[in-house]
Design a protein around this ligand. Structure first.
Ligand code: SF4
Length: 74
């Protein structure tokens, strides 16, 4: 089973909260200070990646704490 994580990256404010919740899937970019969804590909501003269901909970937590609400898990 896989889940999909989606980030609307342009709206990221670089708070690091997603990295704290799911460090295996998120990191901060030194280039632009926004977070990077590891393994994701971009389509029309939305970055997405399919990951094992084992990552569901930590990424749902990341989605919950994101202050600008740009992370989706489904
Ligand atoms: S929690 Fe949201 S705003 Fe903060 S770094 Fe992650 S994606 Fe960006």
């Amino acid at each position: 089973m896989k889940i999909t994580i989606i980030q609307q990256r342009s709206k990221c404010i670089g708070c690091n909260y997603c990295v704290e919740q799911a460090p295996e899937r998120w990191r901060m970019s030194k280039k632009d200070g926004k977070s990077v969804l590891i393994g994701a590909i971009e389509k029309k501003g939305f970055w997405s990646v399919k990951v094992p269901v084992a990552e569901k909970e930590m990424n749902e937590n990341a989605a919950k704490v994101c202050p600008v609400n740009i992370i989706q898990v489904r």
